[in-house]
Design a protein around this ligand. Structure first.
Ligand code: FES
Ligand code: FE2
Length: 402
């Protein structure tokens, strides 16, 4: 008898049960003890799962936003998925956010069905208890005084977790990789005064994260997808030249005067009577930040595209500003903008189902090319241990019409 059904991924990345396709034969040897068989099976699953995850085109060992901070309150356990890893997230009685793999190391039942008791998560099945901040097992209720099992050597899957800008960020360390000695800090939004307004928006896209990201940095879709009275008119398309420079793990659209045909920028210039400058950065794995400044006024935003599964990603958009614009006025505009992108991605996903051949053209898609090159070069440098080669050798001016 198999102690639990084996799970594997087929070529299409779908999770299937062993009974549907015979991925391995851990139960073939009748002399093998049940415990050994289970261990082998678990190892085989881990190897297969790691291989499947490695293929999904995710970038491990980075911070990703999992849920909004406001969602974790009291003793509530919240679930999330990042990079196809199911997570259970909560807050200890001291207020510290934590993220564990939503799977009990005993028999795999989601820990989120259990309960949080101060600093300990208790599994609903046999009551094993785990320290929420380290994942370390602290109690197995079925053990007697005769048992020699070292409870403290058992760990539930556990990930570094930080709160920043109203999000719970989880550092997704890759399967089988060691955490660095010091995990870098989670990314923080740039703000330039003590008082400011802030909004958070998010939407899901039925696409692989790569499509979400190249959609985010695509200058040519603006006049078509975001056509509206307050932003761009199709007739206003004109030729642009933008300077880009390499930055660590990414590239920067060098500070410049934004396009004169955008109403918000005209507004900003009118308010201060000074020039407006804009700087836009893209940094691996998924961050696009934009800073607009004019005199004392500023507007700062960040969009991240986070892989949930290989066929689903989520845009989290946060913006802060000290301009005299109420949240209630800005929010509907931002929402509409995001909704326009979301609709386009839903339509694109319809076409992508049939694996069409795709094109990236110069110069409008050059940023997408840099993204793919940055990603490939990062993975290569991690594989070889050599320094990462940046795909840009220096500043470049790109030309396109938008
Ligand atoms: S499955 Fe969690 S304690 Fe047994
Ligand atoms: Fe867009």
């Amino acid at each position: 008898m198999l102690l639990r059904e084996a799970v594997y991924y087929d070529a299409a990345g779908l999770k299937r049960l062993a009974s549907e396709g015979e991925p391995y034969k851990a139960g073939g040897d009748s002399t093998m003890s049940e415990a050994v068989r289970t261990m082998l099976q678990t190892n085989a699953e881990a190897v297969q799962e790691a291989a499947a995850l490695a293929d999904a085109g995710f970038l491990w060992d980075f911070w990703y936003p999992a849920v909004r901070s406001a969602e974790i309150r009291g003793q509530k356990l919240v679930t999330a998925m990042l990079l196809e890893v199911p997570l259970v997230i909560g807050r200890t009685s001291e207020g510290k956010a934590f993220a564990m793999r939503d799977s009990c190391p005993h028999r795999g039942i989601p820990l989120s069905y259990g309960r949080l008791d101060g600093t300990v998560v208790e599994c609903c099945y046999h009551g094993w208890r785990f320290d929420a901040c380290s994942g370390r097992c602290v109690e197995i209720p079925s053990l007697t005084s005769q048992d020699k099992l070292k409870v403290e050597r058992i760990f539930a899957g556990h990930f570094p977790c930080e709160e920043c800008d109203g999000y719970v960020w989880v550092y997704m360390s890759g399967p089988g990789t060691q955490l660095p000695e010091t995990v870098p800090a989670a990314p923080a939004l740039n703000v330039f005064s003590d008082k400011y307004k802030i909004i958070h928006l998010s939407c899901e896209l039925p696409s692989h994260v790569d499509h979400g990201i190249i959609g985010l940095m695509d200058p040519a879709h603006g006049p078509f997808v975001h056509q509206s009275w307050f932003w761009r008119k199709r007739a206003s398309i004109h030729e642009k030249a933008k300077q880009f420079e390499p930055i660590p793990n990414g590239f920067r659209m060098s500070p410049h005067q934004p396009s004169a045909n955008s109403a918000p920028y005209r507004l900003l210039a009118k308010m201060t009577g000074e020039t407006v400058t804009t700087a836009i950065d893209f940094v691996l794995p998924n961050l696009r930040t934009e800073i607009d400044r004019s005199g004392k006024l500023w507007f700062s935003s960040r969009a991240t595209v986070t892989p949930v599964r290989r066929d689903l990603c989520r845009i989290d958009f946060v913006a802060a500003w000290n301009l005299p614009i109420p949240v209630a006025v800005f929010r509907p505009f931002a929402k509409k903008f995001l909704r326009q992108d979301q609709l386009t991605m839903i339509q694109q996903a319809e076409g992508l189902k049939y694996n069409p051949r795709l094109m990236l053209i110069d110069d409008a898609d050059r940023q997408a090319k840099w993204y793919f090159a940055l990603k490939a070069n990062l993975l290569e440098s991690r594989r070889t241990g050599a320094a990462m080669v940046h795909p840009m050798n220096g500043p470049v001016t790109l030309h396109w019409r938008s």
